[in-house]
Design a protein around this ligand. Sequence first.
Ligand code: PLP
Length: 369
Amino acid sequence: MDFYLNFPNNKLNKNATDRILSNSNSIDFHKKLSNYSISKLFKLENLSKKLNIKNVYVKDESTRFGLNAFKGLGASYAINKILTENSKINVFCTATDGNHGKAVAWSASINKKKSVVYVPRDTTKNRIDAIAKFGGEVIQLNMNYEETCNHAAKQCVLNNWLLVQDTSWVGYEKIPALIMSGYLTHFKEMEDSINLFQKPKIDIIFLQCGVGSWPASCIWYYMSRYKKNRPKIVLVEPNKASGVLRSFIENQRVSPKGNSKTIMAGLNCGIPSKNAWEIIKNGCDAVMTISDEYTMDAMRTLYNPEENDARIISGESGAAGLAGLIKCIKDPRLSKLNEHIELNSKSRILIFNTEGDTDRESFRSIVDL
Ligand SMILES: Cc1ncc(COP(=O)(O)O)c(C=O)c1O
């Protein structure tokens, strides 16, 4: 099965994560950073005509803080909060398949702190170099993503480093919740355009999903701001690493099955985050999977715009939301999913380009440059 229809209860849990998200002042914090600017929101009118839907909006995170991905929103906010409580911490550590590690290295360096970043065996040299460029000490392990996270957590205990992980588990929830509350900035940035008071100007959001922290922050935002007027939300996972889909099927948080071979490095994760799963199951309408071919197609679609639509540079994980939309439209086996989310010619869709060409060589070969 490559999709799951959820019938969420639309309830926000009143727990510590909810309190941290409710108290987020991330946008005020981010506005004070020297290279902050609001990321662009494009309306791709000609693409929407081609796809026979009303509107496609793309929030483009490829220019965020010069990091080529949105992840700096989370790490910078969390590290600032941590240092406000304890300025003596010297080394921040994380496990990553790329973007989060770069964000931690950058956030540590702007606070004049060190970072140690563990990456799994499949992380490409280009992604490793990008983390090192921001001052991170990068250590590649012969492990998958989930094993790498466990290793990083153990090294933190042994070396007295602070773990800044973008996924949570029992007993490790506060820092991932701070990271999620940093992500809220880009939803708030749209409050004068599409996230209007009372009703948003969008009907469906497609969100690419790794451990689920980022999509959960989006779900939390729309649930708490709009309640029953929230847009429908679809999560999109790689078909070779679909932990959230499998967790829905088994009705509990489980690791994905399969060989985890996908070009969508940022989404190539293990078991979903605990904090995130608790939000996702209550507020997402469907989960679907896509193959690498679909995301490559979406990367090319964004790079080669229809008529005068904007050109958007989108990486393998960055384009996965659009890939999900394209699959819904192209693949007749998804008709039940389309009915469930009410995808039709009147739909106004929001997607996020969560990364640019984070592996430039791979990007160039995919878009045929
Ligand atoms: C580019 C990109 N998009 C989306 C995601 C998904 O975020 P999460 O792992 O919080 O689900 C990631 C995660 O690393 C990512 O790098």
